[in-house]
Design a protein around this ligand. Structure first.
Ligand SMILES: [Zn+2]
Length: 127
């Protein structure tokens, strides 16, 4: 089965509510949580953004195993990529399921994180 078929834009996605937990400082890491009624948080994504430099890094995306292949991961990534005019990169892929996921949802995304001088400063400033 081609990767794109395994990561569908499912009807189940409509049930998820995305909740943004913004970074405390510019260049800090924002969390986006996917909530499903009766389950709570079933997935999340961490984004490091710098609006000064116009770049964003998708640090991490995770969906709980029983909720995978319903389109939640795709919706999280689409939300990041569509929600701003930042230039996005993400971290390297270490396993085949992750490689298939990324090939299906964001095949053009670079897996070499591009960071700026503001990001490490923000990490130091976060409590
Ligand atoms: Zn910056």
């Amino acid at each position: 089965m081609p990767p794109v078929r395994k990561h569908p834009q499912s009807h189940a996605v409509a049930r998820a509510r995305l909740v943004r937990v913004p970074p405390q400082v510019d260049g800090g890491t924002e969390r986006v949580e996917a909530w499903v009624e009766s389950h709570g948080v079933i997935g999340d994504m961490d984004l490091t953004l710098c609006h000064v430099c116009g770049i964003g890094v998708i640090e991490h995306v995770r969906v709980d195993l029983p909720h995978r292949r319903h389109g939640y991961g795709r919706r999280l990534i689409d939300t990041a990529l569509a929600g701003s005019d930042l230039a996005w990169t993400t971290t390297s892929v270490t396993d085949e399921p992750a490689a298939q996921f990324w090939a299906a949802v964001a095949p053009d995304l670079r897996h070499t994180p591009r960071r700026c001088r503001h990001m490490p400063q923000a990490w130091d400033a976060q409590p």
